[in-house]
Design a protein around this ligand. Structure first.
Ligand code: FE2
Ligand code: FE2
Length: 346
């Protein structure tokens, strides 16, 4: 494996940069915080790996060399010299591409890769992992058989609660209404279970549009450019006294928006250009999130799904006046600091 010690060395020494208010979409609020003490723990977010089993019938060309980026990442995590030590991996979904006939085999192959990593992985189901089958037992079966009941669940790590929610079927006409009610009931119960403890939420699809909604709808091309059922966002608002951040993927671009002091951070993932992952560092007073690109020799611009390769033109919005900023987010979106201590509940 290639050694790329410089890759994360740069990340480890990045100066603390507070978000500039002028770079954040209107109507948001950005708290000020400086990390205190040494890190309590770190974890890495990976998502939208769109891995295809080498045994798949057809290797789908959309995400050229996606498997190679997954293998590089696994090797980097195992080598111990690329990233700072992390306690666990959080995979935000679309682990596999699943154009294979045998979805179980695809998921099993990917899980076997995760099982080689030196730290545990917590998974979130993505729409490619269950073919948009949220609430459909038949479509969920392969993921359930391979990863167990990791749909709506919680875990706790060194004083921080994590709430995982399955939103893989958002916006689909066949999403069962009973599933939406159940999704929101479980989400509320899980947030309640942590009392006033700081909580990080993990959902495959962002709860808010991270670009101008009308532009993002066009560049993404699917109705699920944010979670279309509004209940979860309302529940986050009622729990804003202890929710720190909402982490997501699915869009295949990177960006951060703020709402009620909560950071909504969406990460591109490895399959699509610009191929970001996230390093999350928890201090006693704040969460620090840094978006990191994979090494330059792994970048494949044609995998950008928001631009000229797909549409014959690139996209911008009011706060991202060039297409690179539209794809990657501003510097303030790519290095985010969020306080763990929240204002008291009103
Ligand atoms: Fe994806
Ligand atoms: Fe997705």
């Amino acid at each position: 494996m290639k050694t790329r010690r410089q890759f994360l060395a740069a990340a480890a020494t990045v100066a603390v940069a507070l978000p500039a208010r002028g770079e954040i979409p209107a109507g948001t609020n950005v708290p000020s915080v400086v990390p205190e003490g040494v890190p309590l723990f770190r974890f890495i977010q990976i998502n939208d790996t769109h891995y295809q089993s080498p045994r798949a019938e057809v290797i789908h060309p959309t995400y050229l060399q996606a498997n190679g980026r997954v293998h590089w990442l696994c090797d980097a995590l195992k080598s111990g010299g690329v990233f700072p030590p992390v306690d666990f991996i959080l995979h935000l979904g679309d682990m596999t591409h699943q154009h294979s006939v045998d979805r179980r085999q695809e998921l099993r192959t990917f899980k076997a890769l995760l099982d080689t990593l030196p730290v545990p992985t917590y998974t979130v189901v993505g729409n490619h992992d269950n073919v948009q089958g949220e609430g459909n037992p038949e479509k969920e079966a392969p993921y359930r058989e391979v990863f167990g009941e990791r749909f709506d669940y919680t875990f706790s790590h060194k004083g921080v609660g994590f709430v995982v929610t399955d939103v893989s079927g958002t916006g689909m006409p066949d999403l069962p209404p009973a599933r939406v009610l159940r999704r929101e009931q479980r989400f509320r119960e899980h947030l309640d279970s942590f009392g006033s403890q700081p909580v990080i939420i993990a959902a495959h699809v962002p709860l808010l549009p991270v670009r101008e909604s009308a532009v993002l709808a066009k560049s993404f091309g699917f109705v699920s450019h944010y979670v279309r059922e509004p209940g979860l966002l309302e529940i986050v608002r009622t729990h804003r006294h202890h929710v720190v951040a909402v982490l997501s993927g699915h869009l295949h671009l990177s960006g951060t928006v703020w709402s009620d002091g909560v950071a909504h951070i969406d990460v591109c993932g490895t399959a699509s250009y610009p191929h970001d992952i996230a390093l999350h560092t928890v201090y006693r007073n704040c969460l620090r999130t840094q978006l990191l690109r994979l090494p330059s020799d792994l970048l494949v611009p044609s995998t950008n799904i928001h631009g000229a390769h797909r549409y014959g033109r690139d996209f911008t919005d009011a706060t991202h006046p060039d297409y690179t900023g539209y794809l990657m987010g501003s510097a303030a979106e790519r290095e985010v600091l969020v306080p763990l201590r929240r204002p008291p509940r009103p």
